[in-house]
Design a protein around this ligand. Structure first.
Ligand code: ADP
Ligand code: MG
Length: 208
């Protein structure tokens, strides 16, 4: 992955989030405050504008900018969380081009920063339930020296499986946790947007 591909991924996320805006909002209206679609649409639209003007010479510069813009434009829990993930990716990738092993390590740094900030663990019914298995799948493929596209496809599949597995869980973090047992039976909005983000990575790298 080089800076152009990083930019293509951020653009693909913005398109996917725009397309699924109402769906994300609908999920968040069941167990939250119905703003997740609007939050992410606003954040990634602003991120695309900012990174398009950047003329980045490292992969990380694209992600650092993306993270900073997400933090400043998304109100709500997901802004700081996604923002810190992208900023961690950025700091880990101050190189012109990243191979799957370097990208796997950067994804793991992103996961660590989200968990440090939000203190959620797998099973709490959050974006971590999609993010953690996606990182594990990407790492495993990178260890086997699979190509970028294969690793990203495996990560997207794992994220979607993790997303679906949030439905029977009771939320233990974030706004949905205020509902207690009433959060059971609904898919988590943040896990859903994380799955969209990894599917956008798979789609972007499949065109390589
Ligand atoms: P808010 O809850 O402030 O309205 P959003 O609706 O944009 O923010 O995002 C909600 C999503 O954020 C949840 O579905 C969940 O996946 C994620 N989330 C909330 N709190 C945490 C946390 N502490 N750690 C990880 N993810 C979290
Ligand atoms: Mg919300």
């Amino acid at each position: 992955m080089d800076a152009d591909l990083a930019l293509a991924w951020v653009r693909a996320i913005a398109v996917a989030v725009g397309r699924h805006r109402d769906y994300l909002t609908q999920l968040d209206s069941a167990i939250g405050d119905a703003d997740h679609g609007a939050n992410l649409d606003r954040g990634f639209t602003a991120a695309v504008t900012a990174v398009s003007d950047l003329d980045a010479d490292t992969v990380g510069a694209v992600f650092l900018k993306t993270g900073t813009v997400l933090i400043s434009t998304i109100g709500g829990a997901s802004g700081p969380l996604y923002g810190s993930a992208f900023r961690a990716l950025g700091k880990a990738l101050e190189i012109p081009s990243a191979d799957p092993a370097a990208f796997a390590a950067a994804l793991a740094a992103g996961l660590e920063s989200v968990q440090k900030l939000g203190t959620a663990v797998p099973g709490d019914k959050t974006m971590i339930d999609a993010y953690a298995p996606a990182v594990a799948a990407f790492e495993e493929q990178a260890r086997r020296e699979a190509g970028f596209a294969a690793a990203a496809a495996a990560a997207a599949d794992a994220a979607e499986e993790g997303m679906r597995a949030t439905t029977p869980l009771q939320a233990r973090k974030g706004r949905a946790s205020y509902l207690g047992a009433r959060s059971v039976g609904h898919q988590d909005p943040g896990a859903t947007s994380t799955a969209l983000i990894f599917r956008a990575l798979a789609d972007t790298t499949a065109r390589l």
